[in-house]
Design a protein around this ligand. Structure first.
Ligand code: F6R
Length: 263
C-alpha cells in the first residue's frame, strides 16, 4: 500500500484527480472503461478538479461508465440526498458523461435485498472497475461496510450504525432523518477494482486511517481490507495522517519515487 501524505486537502484532491485523469485519458479508442465513485465530502475536491480539467483542458469522459459504491434505501427517486442525485450534482452532470452510463444500487426498489443482488450482478457483468475512489468513515467503514462486515462480502443491505447516522445527519437536518438501511458494495466487491484510492482529510479521520493502514487486518476496521489489495493508494492530508507511526517513511518514499513511478 502506498501512503501519500500531503499538506492540504486541495493537494489530496489534485493527486486523486491525477490518478483518475491518467486512467481516463489513457483509455484506447473504443475501450470499455469503468470507474468507481464514492459520495460524501472526501472526494469532492478531486471531483471539482476533474470538472475543471474537463472544462479547461478538454479531459473527456465520453463513454466511460461510472459505478457508485452505495445508496440509501427508501428515499424517493430524485430526493436530493440520494447518492445518485449527489453524484449527478457534484460530478457526472458536469462532465460529458451519458446519464445511462452512471450506475448505482436502486434504493427505491420495494425489494432492496433483490436490488442488491441485481447490482452485484451488474458489477460482475460490466466490471471490473479500473479505479475506485473511497472515503473512510470515522469508524473505519468503506462504502457502507460498517465494522463487523465480512472481508469478502458482496453487495447487500446493511444497517447503518448510530455513529454513521450522526455523521451523516448534517445532510438530513439531524440523525433521525438519515435512513437506517443502505445497499452497499461489499468489501469483496470493492476489492475486485484494479486500483483502490482511499482519501481522507482532517483530524476526525486520523484514528480510522491509522487503524486501516497500520492496524491489524480485521472486520472491526473494514478499511483494513486495503492491506490485502495488490494496488491500494491512501491519499491523506497532514491532519488525517497524524496517527500514522510510519509517516516519516511514507514521506521519504514519496520524495524518492523513481521517475515515472506511478501511484
Ligand atoms: C460514500 C461512502 C462512505 C463515505 C464515508 C466518509 O459513498 O461510501 O464510506 O466515503 O462515510 O464520508 P465523508 O467523505 O463525508 O467523510
Amino acid at each position: 500500500m502506498e501512503v501519500v501524505i500531503l499538506p492540504t486537502p486541495h493537494d489530496c484532491g489534485r493527486v486523486v484527480a491525477d490518478i483518475f485523469t491518467a486512467v481516463v485519458s489513457g483509455r484506447a479508442a473504443g475501450e470499455r472503461l469503468a470507474i468507481g465513485l464514492a459520495t460524501g465530502s472526501s472526494p469532492l475536491l478531486a471531483y471539482r478538479e476533474l470538472v475543471r480539467r474537463h472544462r479547461e483542458d478538454g479531459l473527456s469522459f465520453a463513454g466511460v461508465h461510472a459505478f457508485l459504491l452505495d445508496e440509501y434505501v427508501g428515499l424517493p427517486a430524485g430526493h436530493p440526498e440520494t447518492y445518485r442525485e449527489v453524484i449527478r450534482r457534484e460530478l457526472t452532470d458536469l462532465l460529458d458523461m451519458a446519464e445511462n452510463d452512471v450506475h448505482g444500487p436502486d434504493g427505491t426498489d420495494p425489494d432492496p435485498l433483490e436490488a442488491a443482488v441485481d447490482y452485484e450482478d451488474l458489477l460482475r457483468e460490466d466490471g471490473p472497475v479500473a479505479v475506485q475512489v473511497l472515503g473512510i468513515g470515522a469508524n473505519g467503514h468503506i462504502g457502507f461496510n460498517e465494522p463487523g462486515s465480512s472481508l469478502s462480502s458482496v453487495t447487500r443491505v446493511k444497517t447503518l450504525t448510530e455513529q454513521t447516522r450522526q455523521d451523516n445527519g448534517r445532510f438530513f437536518g439531524g440523525p433521525d432523518g438519515v435512513p437506517r438501511h443502505v445497499i452497499t458494495q461489499g468489501l469483496g466487491t470493492i476489492g475486485r477494482a484494479g486500483h483502490l484510492v482511499l482519501t481522507a482529510s482532517g483530524p476526525g479521520k486520523a484514528a480510522a486511517v491509522a487503524a486501516a493502514v497500520e492496524g491489524p487486518l480485521t472486520a472491526s476496521c473494514p478499511a483494513s481490507v486495503l492491506q490485502l489489495h495488490p494496488h491500494a493508494t491512501v491519499v491523506v492530508d497532514e491532519a488525517a495522517a497524524a496517527g500514522l507511526e510510519r509517516a516519516d517513511y511514507y514521506r521519504y518514499t514519496l520524495q524518492h519515487k523513481l521517475p515515472n513511478q506511478p501511484h
